[in-house]
Design a protein around this ligand. Sequence first.
Ligand code: COA
Length: 181
Amino acid sequence: MISHRFTTDRLLIRSVVEADTQELYEKILSDPEVMWYDGARVSADLEDARARVKRFMEWEQQFGMSFWTVTLKQTGEIISNCGLLPVEAKGPEVELGYDTAKQYWHQGYTSEAAEGCLRYGFETLKLDRIISITDEENTGSWKVMEKIGMRRMGFSDKYYDSTCLVYECTPSDIAKHPTNT
Ligand SMILES: CC(C)(COP(=O)(O)OP(=O)(O)OC[C@H]1O[C@@H](n2cnc3c(N)ncnc32)[C@H](O)[C@@H]1OP(=O)(O)O)[C@@H](O)C(=O)NCCC(=O)NCCS
C-alpha cells in the first residue's frame, strides 16, 4: 500500500484518507471560487466529494503519487489539496497541482506546500521533471510557480483541450533556487 507523508516548516503533507472527505468538501471541493480556478467541477454534495477522494486514493496506488492533503502542523486543520499526478491522469509528464481553501490564501501556504511537493518529487520519488499548468489569467497560480523556482515554457495546446500556460522544473532548477543557496 503506497502512502506518503512529509513536512515543510509549517505544514504536514500526507496521502488523502477517507476521513478527510468532510473537511475537503466543506473547505475546497464545494467552493466554486476555488474549483473554478482549478478548471474542475465543484462537488455538489458529500457523495460526489467521497467519489473524488476515492479517486485520489486510487491514483496513489496506480501511479505512486496523487493529490495529497495539506494540514497545518500546529492545529491539524486541512488547508489545501496539493500534489503530483501524471498530467490528466495519463502522463507521461508529471504535473504539480494545488487548490487551497480561501481562508488560507495570501499567507504563503501554497508556495510552501508546492515547493515541498517539488522537493519530495525529486528527492524521494526520483522524478526528473515536473510541469505545472494554468490559465494566464490565474495570476496567483503562476506566481506560485515562479516563486518556487519553476521556469515558464510558454503556451501550449497539448493539455486539457485548451491553450494553457506551462511551467517546468528539474532537480537542478530547485538546487539553484534561492532557498537552497
Ligand atoms: C492560486 C492559489 C493557489 C494561490 O494560493 P496562496 O496560498 O494565496 O499563494 P501564496 O500565498 O503562496 O502566494 C504566492 C505568491 O502569489 C501571489 N498571489 C497569490 N494570489 C494572487 C492573486 N490572486 N493575484 C496576484 N498575486 C497573487 C502572492 O502575492 C505571492 O507573491 P509574493 O510572495 O511575491 O507576494 C489560490 O488562490 C487558490 O487555491 N486558488 C484556487 C485554485 C487554483 O487556482 N489552483 C491552481 C489551478 S492551476
